[in-house]
Design a protein around this ligand. Structure first.
Ligand SMILES: Nc1nc2c(ncn2[C@@H]2O[C@H](COP(=O)(O)OP(=O)(O)OP(=O)(O)O)[C@@H](O)[C@H]2O)c(=O)[nH]1
Ligand SMILES: [Mg+2]
Length: 552
């Protein structure tokens, strides 16, 4: 009877197939049994590992997910940096050096901005005074006539980078001019009529600092997309995510995967966090390799070259920044370099050197726009938080990036919303007709109103208090931009209290369900005070998370 037709229950074809040959010698048998014992040992080991992993997974606490929201330059990335500094210090140290190029770019951009302004002024000095009149922006009903008459005058268009008013007065068709508009207009008039006493020194500085134009281009190339973005590419609706509520979670989750770049920090010992951060990730590395000549070596050479040019220009940069005529020109133009993000001109002696290494404060102050969404993982491995992973999502805040926020609304535990409150007199870069504070209010209102976020804990950072204080001390009057502020004292404590009330009221009015209002007055460039704030925030988020878990 052929084997395959046997039906007896004591026959197992598999056993038959792996059975030792009938003519096995004693040596072969000993070898076979040894191999089988070893295979069994490995198999047992794998089983044990799988069991342990399953048990660990069971014990693993769910990650806490925090989303940072707010307009561009509100301080989101700076807040993440503070979180790294406080809770991932070793990884922070590893990453710190890679910020050098960003800081150099910040410095060089400041110099080139000054050179641009200087160039224009020197041009005015060497050319006859303009014959056409500057336009006065629309202001009160009486002065708006002036602007109507001059509406066809295109010649002065580039000069009209005027800020938008806040709030618009009811009933007025066109936005009325703010005090700042008028001041800017008067300043432009004065500037055009002023003849600065430029000397040979200014012409020499201009000439000797010219190589910094190329350095800026090189650094922008090296750093890739975020340092290239033009204001025109940032335009878009204020709250695109508000109209996306209800769209399919699966499509938004996959778009979220496409958009995010992941960075990991792991804390392993009581010494703090360990891990690594690769600025930009592999993809950027590849792109940059292709852009730069000859990949990493080419980049290193260029970086050396760049450093050489910058350090060679150090003296002249210092002379330019310290020059009283340059300072006068900037003041007349209303340009406050020291209020601008990424301001390093005061540190030029330290930074424009070949062996410059960024300090913690430098990195916190450095400015690099976020494009898309950056994902940061923090894993606590000691203490009561052991095994708990935190994931922070840092989004690009410019208007054109805001539709990318929505997929992250699906499953976050908390949102830290940054509203810079020093910007009450500034226009939004993406749309200069809009006041920056007004844009923050629109965003906050939309976030509070979102049904998807109705159970998410919202934490508000009223940020840039240091800049607000500086502005108020210089004499900026809040009531000129927000008439409802009335006669309240024009100091930090009262202005901050007023803003807090406004945001609280919006949260109360627009939240679909009742929610607690948590707010902090912050200057996130101040690492010490921010560490205290973040400690409180962390505890609050954790407590809220645990309370919700209990409820479930
Ligand atoms: N003086 C001062 N500067 C701040 C403060 N917060 C942030 N900055 C600076 O403002 C600039 C912009 O901050 P970022 O954290 O990059 O802003 P962002 O919200 O991430 O901006 P996007 O990436 O464009 O969305 C940086 O140069 C910061 O150092 C603050 O409280 N005070
Ligand atoms: Mg950012």
């Amino acid at each position: 009877m052929p084997r395959h037709s046997r039906t007896s229950l004591d026959y197992d074809p598999l056993t038959a197939a792996i059975a030792p040959p009938s003519d096995e010698t004693p040596e072969q048998r000993a070898k076979r049994e040894q191999d089988e014992a070893e295979a069994q040992r490995v198999s047992d080991l794998i089983d044990e590992q799988l069991k342990a992993e399953r048990a660990a997974l069971k014990k693993k606490k769910p990650p806490i997910k925090v989303l940072l929201l707010g307009q561009s330059e509100s301080g989101k990335s700076t807040t993440v940096k503070n979180f790294q500094l406080a809770y991932a210090h070793n990884a922070w140290l590893e990453e710190r050096a890679s910020w050098r190029s960003v800081i150099l770019l910040n410095l060089v951009r400041s110099v080139n901005t000054i050179l641009d302004i200087l160039g224009k002024e020197m041009h005015y000095v060497s050319s006859p005074p303009p014959s056409s009149n500057l336009r006065l922006p629309p202001t009160s009903p009486t002065s708006s006539q002036t602007s109507d008459e001059d509406d066809d005058d295109e010649e002065d268009e580039p000069e009209r980078n005027l800020p938008a008013p806040l709030p618009r007065r009811p009933g007025s068709a066109s936005p009325p001019a703010t005090q700042q508009d008028i001041a800017l207009y008067q300043m432009q008039m004065r500037t055009r009529n002023t003849r600065f006493l430029f000397t040979e020194k200014h012409r020499l500085l201009q000439m000797r600092l010219k190589p910094l134009r190329r350095v800026q281009r090189d650094l922008e190339q090296l750093l890739g997309a975020p340092s290239f973005v033009e204001a025109d590419d940032l335009r878009g609706p204020a709250t695109p995510f508000a109209s996306m509520e209800g769209s399919s979670p699966s499509s938004t989750v996959s778009s979220r995967k496409r958009m995010s770049q992941s960075h990991e920090f792991v804390v392993r010992s009581r010494n703090g966090w360990k891990g690594a951060l690769r600025l930009g990730g592999d993809e950027d590395e590849r792109e940059r390799g292709e852009r730069g000549k000859g990949g990493k070596r080419g980049r290193d050479e260029r970086s050396e070259e760049t450093m050489g040019v910058i350090s060679g220009c150090g003296e002249d940069i210092r002379a330019l920044w310290a020059d009283p005529i340059v300072q006068e020109v900037l003041a007349k133009r209303g340009v406050k370099m020291e209020d601008q993000p990424g301001f390093f001109l005061d540190e030029v002696d330290r930074i424009a050197t070949r062996d410059y290494e960024p300090s913690d404060d430098d990195v916190v102050k450095a400015r690099l726009r976020t494009t898309g969404v950056q994902e940061y993982h923090f894993l606590f491995e000691k203490g009561s938080e052991a095994g708990r992973e935190w994931i922070m999502y840092d989004v690009g805040g410019a208007r054109s990036y805001r539709s990318a926020w929505y997929p992250y609304f699906m499953d976050v535990n908390a949102i830290i919303f940054l509203a810079p409150i020093s910007v009450f007199d500034e226009p939004l870069a993406e749309d200069r007709k809009v006041n920056r504070l007004e844009d923050s209010f629109l965003l906050w209102k939309a976030v509070c109103s979102s049904r998807l976020l109705s159970k998410v804990q919202l934490i508000l950072f009223l940020n840039k208090c240091d800049l607000l204080q500086r502005k108020l001390k210089r004499g900026s009057q809040l009531r000129q931009y927000i008439p409802t502020y009335g006669d309240r004292p024009n100091d930090l404590a009262n202005v901050a209290k007023y803003f807090r009330q406004q945001f609280r009221e919006m949260s109360r009015r627009y939240s679909p369900e009742q929610r607690s209002f948590y707010s902090f007055l912050t200057s996130v460039v101040d690492v010490k005070s921010t560490a205290v704030t973040l400690g409180t925030v962390r505890e609050g988020i954790l407590r809220n998370h645990l309370a919700n878990a209990e409820l479930i």
